[in-house]
Design a protein around this ligand. Structure first.
Ligand SMILES: *Cc1c(COP(=O)(O)O)cnc(C)c1O
Length: 477
C-alpha cells in the first residue's frame, strides 16, 4: 500500500510506503497522507472477520495498510499492544479481554468502550500502537525521534504514556496553560520520565497547534532535529482507529446483512474519519454521526455545505474540552474523497482555509455527502448535563462529557431497526467538575488513579512563539 498527499497529484510527489510516512507529520506540500485506494473486504472476508478477537482483527485490518512491515513483526507489535493489561481500566462488569467491550444500554443502543487504556481516553487505542511502531522503526534504522505535539488534554497524556521510556524517542508536548482539567494536568505533568517534556503555552489549543505547524513547516529545523508528530493527522493513528469500528460492528450484530450507525464525539475529525475509512472498506455502516460541542464548525458544514473555520480567539472553552477546536485537521481527508480525490481542488480549498477563509461546496460536491453516510448535530453544556443525568438515571451508568455529546446527538439520528453504537471516548473520572455539576457526586475512578492530583508536577511555561519552542527543543534534544 502506498500513500499520496491530499494536495498533490501522484506524479508531482511520489507515493510513499507506510514505514516512510509513519514517523512524519504533514506531507512535504502541507497535505495529509492518504492511501492510493482503500483495501476492500469482500462479503466472504467479512464473514471470516466475525468471531475474531481484537488482536486478530487488528492484524487483518492493519496488515492491509502496513504491508511493508513483515507479517510476523506486525503481529508481534499488535499482540504486545492490545492486551487486557494495557486496557485494564474497565468499568465494573465489563470484560477487559474484549479490549473494547460493548455495553448495551437498551436493545439497539450501545456504548463501545474505547477509554480503558492508561489515560482513560480513546486516544490510547491508537497511541499505544504508535509507541510500539515508533520503537520498532527507530530500532531498525538507529534513528532518534523528537515528537512535537499539541494537546488540549487527551492527546498529550496519551502520547506521553505511549512514549515514556521508549528508546530513541523524546516528547515535547504543548498544551494551553491552565486550560486543562485538574485530572488531565496532573496526568501529564506528574510524569517524571526524562524523555518527556511538557510545555505550557500562554494561549489556547489552536495556538499550540499553529506552533506545531510552524515548526513542522520549517523544513531545515525539522530535518536537523528529527521532528515527528503524534497528532491526529498521523496516518497510523487513523488506521489503528479503523479496527474498533469492525470490532463494534461485529459485537452489535449477528449477521453481516445488518447495518449499524455510529455516533462519534468529534473535534479534529480523526475518530470519525476512521469510521469513514471502515465504511469505504466495506463495513456495513449506515450513518456516521458527527457530534460536536458548542464549537460546531463540523456540524455547520454537514448542515449547510459551508466550512467556516473559526478564528482561534473564537474557540470556546467548553466542558467537553477535547472537542474544542476551530478547524478540524483530519477533515481534509474526507473532503479529498468527497472531491473525488482531486488534489488540486483540495489544495485550492485549503489555501483558503489556511488564510482563515471559508469554503462553500453547495451547488458542488456537497450533494454527495449523504452517499458517505454523514450526518451531524451539536450539543451544549446544558445538553451535556441533561444527558449525563438521563443516562445515569435510566441505565445506572456514568458517561463522560464527550460521550454525553455523542449520546445526545446520536439519539437525534436514531432509526428504527438500526443498532446505534455511541463511541465512549473518555471516562467520567477525567471530568469530575462537570460530573459533580450534573450528578452531585464524584465519578467512579479506577483504583490506580487514587491520589494522582497530589503528585509533584514537572512543566515549563512558554509564550505563543514558535521560536521559543524551537529553542527549547534545540537545548533539550
Ligand atoms: C480527542 C477526543 C475527541 C475528538 O476526537 P477527534 O478524533 O479529534 O475528532 C473526543 N473525545 C475525547 C474524549 C477525545 O479525547
Amino acid at each position: 500500500m502506498h500513500y499520496q498527499s491530499t494536495r498533490s497529484a501522484t506524479h508531482a510527489i511520489a507515493p510513499k510506503t507506510f514505514m516512510q510516512i509513519l514517523l512524519g507529520g504533514l506531507m512535504e506540500d502541507g497535505g495529509l497522507a492518504m492511501p492510493l485506494s482503500y483495501p476492500q473486504f469482500s462479503a466472504d472476508e467479512l464473514s471470516a472477520l466475525r468471531g475474531m478477537n481484537y488482536r486478530e482483527l487488528a492484524f487483518a485490518v492493519l496488515s492491509k495498510f502496513a504491508d511493508d512491515i513483515p507479517a510476523d513483526d506486525l503481529r508481534s507489535i499488535i499482540n504486545r499492544t492490545y492486551t487486557p493489561e494495557v486496557y485494564c481500566n474497565v468499568r465494573p462488569g465489563s470484560n477487559a479481554q474484549d479490549i473494547t467491550p460493548l455495553t448495551t444500554l437498551e436493545p439497539g443502543l450501545h456504548l463501545l468502550e474505547l477509554s480503558n487504556g492508561p489515560t482513560l481516553a480513546f486516544k490510547d487505542m491508537a497511541m499505544q500502537l504508535l509507541g510500539n511502531l515508533f520503537e520498532y522503526a527507530l530500532a531498525k534504522t538507529g534513528q532518534q525521534l523528537n515528537i512535537l505535539g499539541a494537546t488540549s488534554g487527551d492527546t498529550g497524556s496519551s502520547a506521553e504514556y505511549a512514549m515514556r521510556g521508549k528508546h530513541g524517542v523524546r516528547v515535547f508536548m504543548l498544551s494551553p496553560h491552565g486550560k486543562m482539567s485538574r485530572f488531565q494536568t496532573a496526568q501529564m505533568f506528574s510524569l517524571q520520565d526524562p524523555n518527556i517534556f511538557n510545555l505550557a503555552v500562554r494561549g489556547v489549543f489552536d495556538d499550540c497547534q499553529d506552533i506545531v505547524k510552524a515548526v513542522s513547516n520549517d523544513h531545515a529545523f525539522k530535518a536537523a532535529h528529527s521532528i515527528g508528530t503524534v497528532n491526529s493527522i498521523n496516518w497510523a493513528r487513523v488506521a489503528a482507529q479503523v479496527v474498533y469500528y469492525f470490532k463494534g460492528y461485529f459485537a452489535a450484530t449477528t449477521s453481516n446483512d445488518q447495518r449499524v450507525s455510529f455516533s462519534v464525539p468529534s473535534g479534529n475529525f480523526g475518530n470519525v474519519c476512521a469510521g469513514h475509512i471502515a465504511r469505504m472498506m466495506g463495513l456495513p455502516i449506515r450513518k456516521l454521526i458527527v457530534a460536536t460541542n458548542e464549537n460546531d464548525v463540523l456540524d455547520e458544514f454537514f448542515r449547510t455545505g459551508v466550512y467556516r473555520p473559526r478564528a482561534t480567539a473564537e474557540t470556546l472553552h467548553t466542558s467537553s474540552p477535547s472537542m474544542d477546536i476551530s478547524k478540524a485537521s483530519n477533515f481534509e481527508r474526507f473532503i479529498f474523497d468527497l472531491c473525488e480525490r482531486d488534489a488540486a481542488k483540495v489544495a485550492a480549498l485549503w489555501s483558503q482555509v489556511d488564510q482563515g477563509r471559508p469554503f462553500d461546496l453547495t451547488g458542488d460536491v456537497f450533494a454527495k455527502v449523504p452517499q458517505y453516510g454523514f450526518v451531524s448535530g451539536r450539543s451544549t453544556h446544558a445538553d451535556r448535563l441533561n444527558t449525563i443525568r438521563a443516562v445515569y438515571e435510566k441505565y445506572k451508568l456514568m458517561v463522560d462529557t464527550h460521550t454525553a455529546d455523542g449520546v445526545k446527538v446520536g439519539l437525534e439520528h436514531r432509526e428504527q431497526g438500526v443498532p446505534m453504537i455511541v463511541l465512549e471516548t473518555a471516562q467520567a473520572a477525567k471530568f469530575d467538575e462537570t460530573i459533580h455539576e450534573a450528578l452531585g457526586c464524584a465519578p467512579w475512578r479506577p483504583a490506580s488513579f487514587d491520589g494522582l492530583e497530589a503528585l509533584p508536577q514537572r512543566f515549563e511555561v512558554v509564550d505563543v512563539s514558535a521560536d521559543q519552542v524551537k529553542n527549547f527543543i534545540h537545548t533539550h534534544a
